[in-house]
Design a protein around this ligand. Structure first.
Ligand SMILES: Nc1ncnc2c1ncn2[C@@H]1O[C@H](COP(=O)(O)OP(=O)(O)O)[C@@H](O)[C@H]1O
Ligand SMILES: [Mg+2]
Length: 254
C-alpha cells in the first residue's frame, strides 16, 4: 500500500523538556496503525505535530509526499487529516448537527468562532455541507439526535459525535486520540466495530490507544513510545512480546 504519512525524526521541545526526541514512523494507506506508550510518553504531542496544532521543533512530516511540518492546522485539515481529542471537545450549547457543521467550517481559515458566526455564503456549499454532516451522523447512529444539544448526549454518543465531526471534513487520514477512554467492555467492542467500518469507507486510521483489546483486535501494526522515543514497532502480537515494551509499558501497567 502507498505511503500516506511519513514522520521523519520529529522532535518537540517544551521549555527544557524533550516531549518527542527524533521520532520516525510511517503510516500506509488503508492501515489501522496504533500508537501506545505510558502516560507522558509524547503520543498526543505527536498528533499535535501531525495535525498542525503545534509546530515541530525539529524533523519533518510528510503527507502524500508533501511536507506539512510547518503548515497551520486548517491547511493540514484541507489536505485530508482530521483528528479527535483525548479530552472531548464539543460545543455543549450547540446542537449535534451544528457541532458537525463546525468541523466542516474549520477547513477554512478564520478559526472556529468566526466560522460559526459567518457561514459560507455559497448556498450550494451549505447544502452539501449539511448533507455530508447528516450522512456521518447517520453512520454513527446519531441522526435521530441531530437537533439535540450536544450537552444532552451520553458519553459514548459524545465520542461518536467527535468522530462524526472529524470525518465530516472528508479526511483520508483519521487521527483518534484514546477513543476508548472511559468505555466499558461492550462499548469498546462496539467502538472496534465502528473503527473497522470507518476503514471500509476508505479511511486510514492512526490511533493512540491504552486499551489492549483495541490494539490487539484492530491494529495492523503498532509503534511504542517511551520518554519521547520510539522503542518498538511491528504487528501487535510481536510488539507485545518485546521485552523492552513489557518493561517500559506493559510491566508498569500491570
Ligand atoms: N503544550 C504543552 N506544553 C508543555 N508541556 C507539554 C505540552 N503538551 C505536552 N507536554 C508535556 O509533554 C510530555 C508528553 O505529553 P503527551 O504528548 O500529552 O503524552 P501522552 O499523550 O503520551 O500521555 C508530558 O511531559 C507533557 O506534560
Ligand atoms: Mg495523550
Amino acid at each position: 500500500m502507498p505511503l500516506l504519512l511519513e514522520v521523519n525524526q520529529a522532535s518537540k521541545i517544551f521549555g527544557g523538556l524533550k516531549a518527542l526526541d527524533g521520532v520516525s514512523m510511517e503510516v500506509r494507506e488503508g492501515e489501522i496503525f496504533g500508537l501506545i506508550g505510558p502516560n507522558g510518553a509524547g503520543k498526543t504531542t505527536l498528533f499535535n505535530l501531525v495535525s498542525g496544532a503545534l509546530p515541530v521543533s525539529g524533523g519533518r512530516i510528510f503527507f502524500r509526499q508533501k511536507e506539512i511540518s510547518l503548515l497551520p492546522d486548517y491547511r493540514i485539515c484541507r489536505l485530508g487529516i482530521a483528528r479527535t481529542y483525548q479530552n472531548i471537545r464539543l460545543f455543549g450549547k450547540m446542537t449535534v448537527l451544528e457541532n458537525v457543521m463546525v468541523g466542516r467550517h474549520s477547513r477554512t481559515r478564520g478559526g472556529l468562532w468566526s466560522t460559526v458566526l459567518r457561514l459560507p455564503g455559497d448556498q450550494a456549499e451549505k447544502v452539501r455541507s449539511r448533507k455530508i454532516a447528516e450522512e456521518w451522523l447517520e453512520f454513527f447512529h446519531l441522526l435521530g439526535k441531530k437537533e439535540e444539544k450536544a450537552s444532552n448526549l451520553a458519553y459514548g454518543e459524545e465520542r461518536r459525535l467527535e468522530m462524526a465531526r472529524a470525518l465530516a471534513t472528508e479526511p483520508s487520514l483519521l487521527l483518534l486520540d484514546e477513543p476508548s477512554a472511559g468505555m466499558n467492555p461492550q462499548e469498546v467492542r462496539d467502538l472496534n466495530d465502528l473503527i473497522l467500518k470507518i476503514r471500509r469507507q476508505g479511511k486510514t486510521i492512526f490511533i493512540i490507544e491504552h486499551n489492549m483489546r483495541v490494539i490487539m483486535d484492530i491494529c495492523d501494526r503498532i509503534a511504542v513510545l517511551d520518554f519521547g522515543q520510539k522503542i518498538a514497532e511491528g504487528p501487535p502480537a510481536e510488539v507485545r512480546a518485546n521485552p523492552r515494551v513489557i518493561e517500559a509499558y506493559l510491566g508498569r501497567e500491570a
